[in-house]
Design a protein around this ligand. Sequence first.
Ligand code: PLP
Length: 454
Amino acid sequence: MTQLEVKDNQKLIEQDNNHLWHAMSRHVEGGKPMIAESGEGAWFTDLEGKRYLDGVSGLWCLNLGHGREEIVEAAAEQMRRLSYFPLTLSHQPAIELSAKISELLGDSYKTFFSNSGSEANETAFKIARQYHQQNGNPGKYKFISRYRAYHGSTLGAMSATAQANRRVKYDPGAPGFLHVPPPYSYRCPFGEEVTNCDKVAADQIDQMITWEGAETVAAVIMEPFISGGGVIVPSGEYMQRVAEICKKHDVLLIVDEVVSGFGRTGKMFGFMHSEGVQPDIVTMAKGLTSGYLPLGATAVHSRIYEKFKATGADNHFRHVSTYGGHPASCAVALKNIEIIERENIVERVARLGETILGKLNQLADHPFVGEVRSKGFLYGVELVKDKSTKEPIADDVIGGIVAKCKEKGLIIGRNGDTVPGFNNVLIVAPPLSSTEEDLHFVVNTIFEVFNETK
Ligand code: PLP
């Protein structure tokens, strides 16, 4: 009998109420937390034995689902062999994983490991600033990101995050972070009449770099598809145009693949939807280990790494992470990638995202659906009171839909706090290895709930 089985459920709830501080949750006095007890594939079971399909893959990370014995074994085997070793020195799983990441990115990259997506982005910011210093441009220190973007919770990553509600009690953020409007065609920030919103949005970055002074701008950071900020899906040309602008101004392009990496959008990396784009820096976490263990990675193009290389010079990267690139996490990541390749997960996501989950596109006909946006296994359904005015739907209606899905055994999400009233996008992002039956359950449950919602 495991330790958990002898626990008294009521005691667990009390201890949770008294001692466990939940992420992103309002305090509910005497609340009944959702306590998971076990998981299998895309499903988990709570303390009372009720099963749920996790339609958001935990926090968009449980890409291969629960219970992959091979991954568990890879971690255990690595811990037995070498339980810990720092990356001030080296070990085999990190070496092999860095080489694999370079291969998957399709060019020569050097990877720095950390523990999370936030840290991967912090690492990218420091590398970008130091690169410019060592490349003869010490004044290039600013970062540009887009409104609605989320890049993490630590100070620099929060400063790149441009959602008012995530910053309101923590500002001021770190200096040097600037924001431009996103390529959000449904509510084009440049006016309803604008028909080429993606292009105008990309050109805003050009304008900002010009007016700030290119000699002061270090990098642009962007997700291929803004995920937590409401699933914003521009055309592939948007990133192509941003990459050209960055190149023109000697500004680095940091692509945040924390959510989109490792197959979520139907390509191994989201930037691969934009032909010809080869980012200077790619950050990743979540799907890198499918959430089995924590790991973040900052892959830096060898062209950038060149500037950290002069022998004997004091130009090394002065940054360390005790647990970053833990041997067990790297072994898990290697096994995770092996499974993704062996099971053709990326191709499967592209196909089933179009066919089974693609049925969600029919929700667009529903009276309070403004727009359905998707890429692979990443779906956003924007809800409005009125299709013509696009006024966001009332908070309790969207909350009710999420709650009804939960009653029926399906967990779906909504976009994080952006600005008041605008967390009106339902998010569906099931594990990439969900069975076809699981995906039908997701779609059917959502249709049922929509039909019941007035
Ligand atoms: N970047 C993006 C796009 C994310 O969605 C997240 C987390 O949701 C992060 C970075 C931060 O990752 P972590 O929570 O592992 O620090």
